[in-house]
Design a protein around this ligand. Structure first.
Ligand SMILES: Cc1cc2nc3c(=O)[nH]c(=O)nc-3n(C[C@H](O)[C@H](O)[C@H](O)COP(=O)(O)OP(=O)(O)OC[C@H]3O[C@@H](n4cnc5c(N)ncnc54)[C@H](O)[C@@H]3O)c2cc1C
Length: 485
């Protein structure tokens, strides 16, 4: 048992997996011009585990609960408030340290933690043992996982069994004494083509006639019948912009096609127990929204920082309406942080597993998603039109143009024009770019749509209590009085 090196991780990806991007088959994801940088970003998770700073290393590496050997802390199943708080801290800090989120264990463990909860609730010892054995396998080999939840879904108004064909949701097509055969496709799966293992759970509640769709399992990424179709690249910076000194940091997502894929029984965590499909999807969603709200914090902190800095570079930081906008920006970020902390501090216990508070985690995600575009608008407002029209870095460096730009693009006298230009380019990336448009879409859809969060809030919030209080006040129900009767 050991923590892998980045090189060992990269080597493990050269395993014959079937990956396509922009119409081409990829022979080696680690060397591909678009996927290579995503491998480097996700591989940074291994660098964090090997950090020379003991404080960082101890955050990402934990002793195995039974053997004490070092393992990735992501593979510690949360049992306490402290475990949840540390998980959130790991996610948040990795963005600051690695330059973006090395998404290689978060979603997979959100699925696996949910599978633990549900196997316990089902009382199915075999599934429980399968999940424990799979976790041990991940720990022992220090593997990366993705979480494949979102099915392609076809006609959204129709249930899985009522679609034009049976494959819009991943389902079991056959079973034998050794295992099950599955078919279907999952969409938008983060880091899928560059992980070692795919963890699959149902995307929604299944009904009695949909037992074949109530299926959860894990397979290696190079399993026969598995194909990845990746999103093209984004965000690779060029010499035309001012950009950080760090390497390009970007993620990838892929559609995963399961074409009659064989899964041995020991890798199955649910097969036919449709009554528990809702609990599995629901518990995953709670874990995953907690992951989401944790990683959103450093992202919005950085975007907020652009507004603070642009206000200063433009000489506007003491102006009343700008300060009012900065207050709104800060309130947005700090409300997210407060709710994230609260979700960890008030978990719901399923046996000995601590699930982040579902009401608060969903409120936090809804807060983040429903106000994100207004938050970006405030930054765009403070930044000014220059964040849309700024000259290129090559213009800045051109001998015919440099002095003009230096002369005319200055702001408040205490700052250099070059620093203002750099901040303009960063604010442009954050609020007026292909990348920022992508973030606006992620905000609306990734980790579930806002309607999904509202459904969970309605399921968890004490609406009955609110109603009773109003009815007592209205005299419809008797007043309880100081004696409480
Ligand atoms: C960048 C990115 C990364 C992602 N990473 C992952 C990942 O790692 N793993 C994973 O499993 N998923 C991932 N997702 C998927 C994400 O969870 C989904 O995008 C999200 O759940 C919405 O599903 P959808 O995209 O199919 O949209 P749709 O379900 O088509 O939603 C579109 C709209 O239709 C509404 N709608 C849908 N169905 C109904 C209905 N029956 N009745 C009424 N309204 C309806 C929705 O509320 C929404 O308003 C990722 C998404 C993105 C954008």
């Amino acid at each position: 048992m050991a923590i892998r090196t980045v090189e060992e991780y990269k080597e493990s990806l050269r395993d014959g997996r079937r990956v396509y991007i922009m119409g081409e088959k990829v022979e080696d994801v680690t060397r591909h011009p678009v996927l290579g940088p995503t491998v480097d970003l996700v591989g940074a998770a291994y660098e964090l585990c090997a950090s020379e700073d003991p404080e960082i290393r101890d955050l990402y590496v934990a002793p195995h609960p039974e053997t004490g050997e070092p393992i990735s802390r992501y593979y510690i199943t949360p049992r306490t408030t402290e475990d949840l708080a540390v998980r959130s801290k790991m996610i948040q800090r990795s963005i600051a340290l690695a330059g973006d989120l090395p998404f290689g264990r978060d979603i997979g463990t959100d699925c696996l933690n949910a599978a633990f909860v549900v196997a316990g609730k089902m009382g199915n010892e075999q599934y429980q043992q399968n999940a424990v054995n799979f976790l041990e396998y991940l720990r022992k080999n220090d593997l990366f996982t993705c979480g494949a939840v979102t099915c392609v879904k076809g006609d959204r108004s129709k249930e899985p069994a009522n679609q034009k064909h049976p494959d819009y949701y991943v389902h079991v097509v056959d079973k034998n004494k050794d295992g099950i055969i599955v078919k279907g496709a999952k969409a938008h799966i983060t880091s899928a083509p560059i992980v070692n293992e795919i963890v699959v759970i149902p995307t929604r509640q299944m009904r009695e006639n949909e037992g074949e769709y109530a299926v959860s399992f894990a397979v290696p990424a190079n399993t026969k019948g598995v194909t990845f179709v990746c999103r093209g690249g984004r965000g690779a910076w060029t010499d035309h912009e001012f950009h950080p000194d760090t390497p390009v940091r970007t993620l990838t997502e892929a559609m995963i096609i399961f074409d009659d894929v064989f899964v041995p029984w020991e890798r199955v965590f649910m097969c036919g127990e449709w009554k528990y499909s809702m609990l599995l999807a629901y518990t995953f969603a709670t874990f995953h929204r907690f992951t989401a709200i944790s990683y959103k914090i450093p992202l919005v902190e950085t975007a907020a920082g652009c507004a603070v800095a642009m206000a200063k570079y433009n000489g506007l930081d003491k102006i009343g309406h700008i300060r009012g906008k900065l207050a709104e920006i800060a309130a947005y970020v700090e409300t997210l942080r407060a709710l994230t902390n609260a979700a960890a501090k008030d978990p719901v216990m399923y046996g000995d597993i601590a699930v982040p508070n579902p009401l608060i985690a969903n409120m936090a995600k809804l807060h983040f998603a429903s106000k994100y575009h207004q938050f970006i608008e405030l930054i765009q407002d403070i930044g000014g039109g220059i964040i849309g029209t700024a000259p290129d870095r090559k213009d800045w460096e051109h001998p015919d143009l440099h002095d003009y730009l230096e002369h005319y693009l200055g702001g408040a006298a205490e700052y250099s024009t070059l620093d203002r230009m750099k901040m303009i380019h960063e604010t442009m990336r954050q609020t007026c770019s292909h990348e920022s448009a992508f973030h606006e879409v992620i905000t609306v859809h990734a980790e579930g749509s806002m309607e999904a969060q509202k459904m969970m809030i309605l399921a968890e919030a004490p609406l009955k209590k609110y109603e009773e209080m109003a009815k007592r006040k209205a005299g419809i129900l008797p007043w309880k009085g100081i004696g409480g009767k």
